[in-house]
Design a protein around this ligand. Structure first.
Ligand code: F6P
Length: 315
């Protein structure tokens, strides 16, 4: 695998073959494959809801809720019959669900439909998955064995890592996920920035960080959907996404277990970095499922730059 794959050959490599060639362990391969397949069902639900929404804007809130719930149900059902998953934690559930018999090794976390409030605007949305071995509590660096996300945009893509690099697949018209980019690598320094939170709520160190990025000519890229925003940094091979600590919410907005750990895993596997400003996301112990954390994620240069500013200005 790697450098030698020609453009022609790579479109013949589907997800299952890629994982097998990359030496991903059999149970993990099957599990990732099954989750990728749920992406097709979730995407079908999104299409259905868009038909219902057309012309009925006032139904939007209800439809969004129904979409979140049905995406969660699709994932849970699929995982229940996999035989490899002991527990399932979802952003849509307030507790962890035991779905296996008790001896399975994998624990799966899901944000089944992140950014679903963007459905009516027809912007991309996504599914985020983390796969842990033995437990989902503790440091992600010690428990995580794989992560993936699926984007529902003009095309459906899937990006996974099982600890052997980060790879992108595109769902083709025949319904197969075919390799589009193997071993995606982030540049040391990028030229785009994507940032959440209101400027008036930012802390002084963060404000200085953003002001300096702007002065250096970084281009703003923010859709309000975590999956497409991270995907842009990854696929453009550099840049930074941040949802910082805010004055009123020092832990920021995004959730550690469901959103941040899987993305940190994928970005580190692509040679980038992910911190809460100071600590690596993968080194922050998960103590409860709803835990939030600020995040700086992307190319090393910008993430390190944020660390310096937060340390200097906020100490
Ligand atoms: O966690 C949900 C989410 O919609 C993310 O997908 C996104 O990055 C963030 O919230 C957007 O937040 P805001 O609306 O504050 O910019």
């Amino acid at each position: 695998m790697g450098e030698g794959i020609s453009d022609y050959t790579k479109f013949c490599i589907d997800l299952r073959r890629h994982m097998w060639m990359a030496g991903v362990e059999m149970e993990l391969r099957r599990l990732i494959w099954q989750i990728a397949v749920t992406g097709k069902y979730i995407s079908a639900k999104i299409h259905e809801s868009n038909r219902k929404l057309a012309g009925f804007k006032n139904m939007y809130g209800e439809e969004q809720l129904a979409l979140d719930k049905s995406s969660d149900a699709i994932l849970k059902n699929q995982l229940q019959f996999s035989g490899f998953v002991r527990e399932y934690a979802s952003e849509e559930q307030d507790r962890i669900i035991q779905i296996g018999q008790g001896q399975e090794k994998y624990f799966v976390t899901a944000d089944p439909l992140d950014g679903s409030s963007l459905v009516d605007t027809n912007l991309a949305i996504g599914t985020i998955i983390g796969i842990h071995n033995g437990t989902m509590y503790g440091k992600g660096r010690e428990t995580m064995v794989a992560a993936l996300y699926i984007t529902y945009g003009p095309l459906i893509t899937m990006v996974y890592s099982a600890g052997k690099g980060t790879h992108e697949f595109v769902l083709n018209r025949e319904g197969e996920y075919v390799l589009s980019q193997e071993n995606i690598r982030l540049r040391e320094k990028g030229d785009i920035y994507s940032l959440g939170g209101l400027r008036r709520d930012w802390t002084p160190g963060h404000l200085r960080f953003v002001t300096d990025l702007e002065a250096a000519g970084y281009k703003l890229r923010y859709s309000g959907g975590f999956v497409p925003d991270i995907n842009q940094v990854l696929i453009k091979n550099g840049g930074v996404f941040t949802y910082p600590a805010l004055r009123k919410s020092p832990q920021g907005k995004l959730r550690l277990l469901f959103e941040l750990l899987p993305m940190a895993f994928l970005i580190e596997q692509a040679g980038g970095e992910a911190t809460d400003g100071i600590r690596r996301i993968l080194d922050i112990p998960v103590e409860e499922i709803g835990q939030r954390s600020p995040i700086y994620i992307g190319s090393r240069y910008e993430v390190e730059m944020a660390r310096r500013y937060l340390e200097e200005v906020e100490k």
